[in-house]
Design a protein around this ligand. Structure first.
Ligand SMILES: [Zn+2]
Ligand SMILES: [Zn+2]
Length: 476
């Protein structure tokens, strides 16, 4: 790449690629159409099972989730059997912006999902301005005066990083929500434009959390086939997701217009969204009962410690959070967990195999399986640091909810729980590289892990100690 190369990197957090492309084709999103017609584009394969959180760290660092260790907003600690919220500032791997900064490149980074403040020498960074999930404690920047200026000009996030807290119900609630989201998008793109025009940045990264918020809150209003769809409400608030995507489309158009012949634009819509149906509460209850029926781990529990043993430490395995798409299990393994009861090796293998069979055999009231896929960490990820992730992750079949689920071994469990979030993530994302290198439009699926590394390679720079590979097709 020439020394005059510049990059605008736009991240539409959890904007669903299927609907973006569908509405672009229908003429509702002219700038996504313009982007699709002139970009190398394809799908993103996210890190299996743990993609909702891990993908952002893997994308930025090129490092596998087993190594960076972030897989859920709240993670299980094998020392205490407790859940603790992740702290993004504990990210110990170099990000693409730090690698570029070391080479003297000037990077502006605004609201890349989950990123802590990275202390760039030459550039600037803003976090937690209008995010879906907070990286830290609210709007902050390096240098500090940027956040002060933003606060003065635009104000901070009306949702304070928790769009769930409004518990939207009435048409007025949803209308106000959409108005706020549209305003956030407009403010952010205006600020991004002003940055790019006011100073010569080599890279500008802008993350939009708005499709993420709208997807969780409004999926049932957008889609008439959703079980929580309310016709009267949908009539009063038509196409809420499309409205938000339209605002993002306008922002995209303004960012595309910033590019000159030396500027590459890379756009991600990642991960995807779909209806949020799952039976994790029933599955967790049945897991306990299945554990009691399986033979493993019956030898003496480690009682050497003088500390009182947590109740959870007596279990063969626990269900641990990884988001709503997957149901995750962590086995209680000797020398890996504080009070492990399953022996590493043959006993653990046999247990994982049997529990996989039993969980995959869970079925719904309509007779279909509750889960349609399973990821076993030891088969999927590199052997180093596998202990940082859950052992098994079962993918929920998302076409319908089921109140009652049944295990052939231990009977049924029932829950009337309906998630407040009507939409939730699926692992499919999409990317666009604009303009298309050599005019080639269609490309292979790429891994999230390879994207940050490739963006660095646009500037002939590497990220230190990473697992990702350069996507050659993006560089031509
Ligand atoms: Zn989410
Ligand atoms: Zn949100």
């Amino acid at each position: 790449m020439s020394s005059s190369t510049r990059l605008i990197f736009v991240v539409f957090d959890s904007a669903d690629q299927y609907w973006l492309k569908h509405w672009a084709k229908a003429g509702d999103l002219p700038n996504f159409k313009r982007l699709g017609d002139a970009s190398l584009h394809g799908e993103i394969e996210n890190r299996p099972g743990v993609f909702t959180i891990a993908t952002w760290f893997s994308l930025a660092t090129g490092v596998e989730p087993t190594r960076h260790g972030f897989y859920s907003f709240s993670q299980y600690d094998p020392g205490t059997y407790r859940l603790t919220n992740i702290e993004a500032e504990k990210l110990h791997y170099q990000t693409l912006w730090q690698a570029l900064d070391e080479q003297g490149k000037k990077c502006a980074v605004i609201d890349f999902p989950r990123m802590p403040l990275l202390k760039l020498q030459h550039g600037l960074q803003v976090i937690d301005w209008y995010p879906h999930d907070l990286s830290a404690n609210g709007l902050a920047s390096d240098p500090e005066n940027v956040a002060i200026e933003i606060q003065k000009r635009y104000g901070s996030d009306p949702f304070e990083g928790h769009c769930d807290r409004f518990r939207l119900k009435s048409a007025d609630d949803f209308k106000e929500f959409i108005t706020i989201v549209e305003k956030r998008i407009q403010c952010k793109v205006e600020f991004a434009e002003s940055l790019w025009r006011s100073s010569r940045f080599d890279t500008l990264t802008v993350g939009f959390g708005d499709a993420h918020c709208a997807g969780h809150q409004c999926w049932h209003l957008q889609h008439a086939d959703h079980l929580r769809h309310d016709k009267i409400l949908a009539h009063a608030v038509p196409d809420p997701i499309k409205q938000v995507y339209r605002a993002l489309d306008t922002a995209l158009g303004r960012l595309l217009d910033l590019a000159d012949e030396n500027t590459k634009i890379v756009v991600l819509a990642n991960p995807g969204m779909e209806a949020n149906y799952h039976s994790k509460i029933q599955a967790a209850e049945l897991l306990e009962r299945i554990n009691e029926s399986l033979p493993h781990g019956d030898h003496a529990v480690n009682t050497m410690s003088s500390q009182p043993m947590p109740e959870l430490a007596r279990k063969k395995s626990l269900s641990v959070p990884v988001g709503d798409t997957y149901f995750a299990i962590r086995a209680n393994v000797i020398d890996r967990e504080r009070y492990g009861i399953l022996r590493m090796g043959m006993e653990l293998d046999a247990y994982l195999q049997e529990i996989t069979q039993e969980i995959m055999a869970l079925h719904r009231e309509d007779g279909l399986c509750v889960f349609d896929d399973v990821i076993r960490t030891s088969d999927t990820y590199h052997v180093d640091h596998q202990h940082n992730l859950p052992d098994l992750m079962f993918k929920s079949r998302r076409d319908l909810p089921s109140r009652v689920i049944t295990s052939p071994l231990v009977g049924s469990a029932t829950s009337n729980f309906t998630p407040h979030r009507s939409g939730d993530h699926n692992p499919l994302g999409a990317y666009w590289v604009y303009p298309a290198p050599n005019g080639v439009l269609k490309s292979d699926t790429v891994r999230d892990l390879d994207i940050g590394v490739t963006l660095c390679a646009l500037f002939d720079t590497d990220i230190e100690d990473c697992d990702g590979n350069v996507i050659d097709q993006w560089l031509v």
